[in-house]
Design a protein around this ligand. Sequence first.
Ligand SMILES: NC(=O)C1=CN([C@@H]2O[C@H](COP(=O)(O)OP(=O)(O)OC[C@H]3O[C@@H](n4cnc5c(N)ncnc54)[C@H](OP(=O)(O)O)[C@@H]3O)[C@@H](O)[C@H]2O)C=CC1
Ligand SMILES: CC(=O)N[C@@H](CCC(=O)OP(=O)(O)O)C(=O)O
Length: 357
Amino acid sequence: MTSVRVAVAGGSGYTGAELLRLLSQHPNVQLTAVTSEKSAGTPVSAVYPHLQGIVSLTFEALAPEALAERADVLFLALPHTKSMGPVASCMKAGKRVIDLSADFRIKDPRTYETWYQTAHACPDLIGNAVYGLPELHRSAIAQARLVASPGCYPTAAILQLAPLIAHGLIVPDTIVIDAKSGVSGAGRSPALPYHFPEAHESLEPYKIGQHRHIPEIEQELSGLAGTRGQAATGETAGVTIAFTPHLVPMNRGILSTAYARMKGKLDVVELRALYRDFYKGERFVRLLEGAMPNPRHVRGANYCDLAVHTDTRAGWVVTVSAIDNLIKGAAGQAIQAMNLMLGYPEETGLVAPGIYP
Ligand SMILES: NC(=O)C1=CN([C@@H]2O[C@H](COP(=O)(O)OP(=O)(O)OC[C@H]3O[C@@H](n4cnc5c(N)ncnc54)[C@H](OP(=O)(O)O)[C@@H]3O)[C@@H](O)[C@H]2O)C=CC1
Ligand SMILES: CC(=O)N[C@@H](CCC(=O)OP(=O)(O)O)C(=O)O
């Protein structure tokens, strides 16, 4: 088996730690470097004791150019707005890059600027980036040098709505997405809302109608509508959503419930058959008919569990999805993209089931 040299920038964060855990078990990967400024000089296992005896690297403070020399594939797990420069350097060095931040997900630099309050530093590179959701962009990811790995909420929301949009079965501007995330979604840096007494036994919506994942979800759903669905029926391809995220007192996991008004009467049996067909052969999308999606069932795993229901009395279709924000919502999905880019079987290193309870 061939092996590829892989480095992780931002390895001291939560998604970085999950990348290290998963990559250390990948049969084709040799981990060569991991960066952190604050923990430079500290062994990875001193920051993350669960990696003791598994990852022997020490965190280093490396400039992107120096990091790029150490690997063939680079995972960047840096905060959004901080990834643009490092991505440009790694691309210039001719490396394959998988960026977990939001910096290359939005195709329109003005939209990025509006939602991230920062001008894009390298708009010329945005066109090279492929949105890293394998279930929608598999062949483009396989050809890509730069993958913009999706956000956690968008992964859950896009996967649950894609079949409905692609088949033009719902009224596009009636989509309401109500999603809940565990606290690790906010990263490892401490802040008051994530302090135990604040977050524990609490459930709070935030950024109602203002969350930066809105343009990302709309971009992908509009793309689906334009290429496969509503556009064919002569309607506008632009999809507008109402999105409310919530912080829930779990370490990890997202549960997303999406509602949309049905065009005409849709039979739930037919809808489920349509979802089965849309996701046929997809290793990491599990369609549930008896059980309900629950973040508990995907903890530590790369699955997205999905269920479709109809409220025929009120005329709504209701879909529910569950992912682990750090795995299918971040590190696992990024490794899925790497496997595609390198021609490895897509599930390599990702097949372990979740942990329960
Ligand atoms: N958490 C989640 O569920 C998800 C997160 N993402 C995205 O992945 C990326 C990483 O997220 P997450 O792991 O949660 O974040 P964390 O806050 O846990 O970690 C951030 C990492 O970036 C480093 N870092 C912080 N500030 C800077 C800076 N100014 N310049 C360079 N490096 C810096 C930190 O290193 P140091 O030790 O030096 O502080 C740390 O390694 C983000 O873009 C996030 O939006 C994507 C999907 C899901
Ligand atoms: C609970 C929580 O705070 N979640 C984060 C989303 C994290 C994420 O996945 O977003 P990116 O990948 O775009 O960083 C938030 O709402 O901003």
